[in-house]
Design a protein around this ligand. Structure first.
Ligand code: GDP
Ligand code: IMO
Ligand code: MG
Length: 449
């Protein structure tokens, strides 16, 4: 089974980093195919914690090739920071490859993301403010700067100039509006942008070009034709893992729009984001937590606002890897998970963080929604207003008190935990093949399909 896609089956932070690290053992190549440094993937190896935003989660194996595919949006400053951190930790990055076709997150994308969110106020999406949306927008507008552009100063200058002009104008307008708002609220001192008429040094063309040329020099040894690299590995029948960031319900087309990210985290997008054909995908794994979390705004039918939700937050250390924000917590939503199974074509599930549910019982899983008119909804509603007002109906299952962190086989798990996993697998029609019982690499239980 050479081509394996791994995707988030909920709202992100399911533990994809850990699962990719575990499955990477049998692969030669690990490829990130979308998203950017909005992602935060954590791996704990021998008690040491690594957090990656851009670098694929296979990097801790020195001999494996790690690829940042064309579908990823790359903030070069962040990537170089991650490379430096890894080198300092004694991890080799000599097998890291970066697609020449990947788009770059430029300083103006970050400023626009932030200014756009601030302007939306109460209606904001709660983005990570890393410039993801504006960068993908420029890609679609054909105003994007790509990794390969870093290698030719003349082309780089021409492209940045063309992209920069409309941004300066948009940012000026947003800044004027913001200053007006702050003035009305008597909080003018809070303005972070230069006053009207004063040029913003962060948007200086000359400095930006110079800085990016130097990024290009540093990244050059990693830049490659990464689609070809994937084809070659697949043709040699090696296992290639395609690592998704974010998750199904944050998908731009199939998630809870507009409360989504600006790329397609579903499995099908691995083809576009890595440059392979659909037939190159042999297996698809979905990663889900044993409960559910969400960062940022948007519908979350099973969200809890009580002590149980608070316990999930505390016991699960549910604070964003990228922004540090507390994650919203709730029960496992099997209506949404069944949707993720179908849309990704999942062959297997990894259920992570089962250990967090110890002592939280009885357990509940959402098995249907009810609309505000009283209609039963067995499938995930496509209509935004229906989803926003849908209430979940639960099946209650017995909980377990035993600490799971030292369980290593199915027999070690209490019967209630096995039944909980069995209920999930049966309901969504996909086997649970891997169970997480702690953040460590070794804290995993493999189950027979
Ligand atoms: P990702 O974005 O999907 O890679 O997930 P994150 O790394 O953002 O968040 C998952 C968090 O849960 C990280 O802190 C992991 O170290 C941790 N984690 C992963 N699997 C498990 C597990 O099975 N049990 C516990 N307790 N923590 C886990
Ligand atoms: P990983 O890969 C959880 C959320 C943000 C926000 C929305 C849009 O670690 O699972 P964006 O910055 O992408 O424009 O924000 O998407 N979001 C994530 N939530 N995990 C992530 O990544 C996320 N990446 C983006 O919180 O609601
Ligand atoms: Mg994360």
């Amino acid at each position: 089974m050479p081509g394996v896609v791994i995707v988030g089956a909920q709202w992100g932070d399911e533990g994809k980093g850990k699962v990719v690290d575990l499955l990477a053992k049998r692969a030669t190549t690990i490829v990130r195919f979308q998203g950017g440094n909005n992602a935060g993937h954590t791996i704990v190896r021998d008690g040491e914690e690594f957090k990656f935003h851009l670098i694929p989660s296979g990097i801790l194996y020195a001999e494996k090739t790690c690829v940042i595919g064309n579908g990823v949006v790359v903030d070069p400053r962040v990537l170089l920071g991650e490379i430096d951190d890894l080198k300092r930790a004694g991890v080799s990055v000599s097998n890291l490859r970066l697609s020449a076709n990947a788009h770059l997150i430029m300083p103006y994308h970050v400023l626009l993301d932030s200014a756009g969110e601030t302007k939306l106020g109460k209606l904001s999406i709660g983005t990570t403010r890393r410039g993801i949306g504006p960068c993908y927008a420029d890609k679609a507008l054909r105003l994007g700067i790509r990794v390969q552009d870093l290698l030719d100063e003349k082309i780089l200058r021409t492209k940045i100039r063309a992209a920069l002009e409309p941004k300066q104008q948009a940012l000026r307008e947003l800044s004027v509006q913001r200053r007006k708002q702050l003035k009305e609220a008597g909080e003018e001192a809070k303005a972070s942008e230069p006053a009207a008429g004063v040029p913003d040094p962060r948007l200086d063309l000359h400095a930006m070009v110079e800085e990016h040329v130097s990024f290009g020099h540093r990244l050059e040894p990693h830049i490659a034709d990464t689609a070809r690299l994937c084809w070659d590995a697949l043709d040699r029948e090696e296992t290639v893992i395609f690592e998704g960031a974010q998750a199904t319900l944050l998908d731009l087309d199939h998630g809870t729009y507009p409360f989504v990210t600006s790329s397609n985290p579903i499995a099908g997008a691995a083809t576009v984001g890595a440059g392979i054909g659909p037939k190159d995908i042999d297996e698809v794994w979905g990663i889900a937590k044993a409960y559910a979390t969400r960062v940022g705004a948007g519908p979350f039918p099973t969200e809890l606002f009580d002590d149980v939700g608070e316990r999930m937050l505390q016991q699960g250390h549910e604070y964003g890897t990228t922004t540090g924000r507390p994650r919203r917590c709730g029960w496992m939503d099997l209506v949404a998970l069944r949707y993720a199974v179908r849309i990704n074509g999942l062959d297997a599930l990894a259920i992570t963080k089962l250990d967090v549910l110890s002592g939280i019982g009885p357990l509940r899983v959402a098995v249907r929604y009810r609309s505000k008119e009283g209609a039963v909804l067995d499938t995930f509603p496509y209509h935004q207003s229906i989803l926003h007002s849908a209430t979940p109906e639960y099946e209650e299952l017995p909980g377990f008190d035993l600490e799971l962190t030292s369980c290593r086989s199915a027999e070690d798990l209490p019967r209630e935990a096995r039944d909980y996993l069995g209920f999930i697998a049966e309901f969504v029609g996909v086997p649970v093949r891997l169970v997480g019982v702690g953040p460590g690499r070794e804290q995993a239980v493999w189950l027979e399909g």
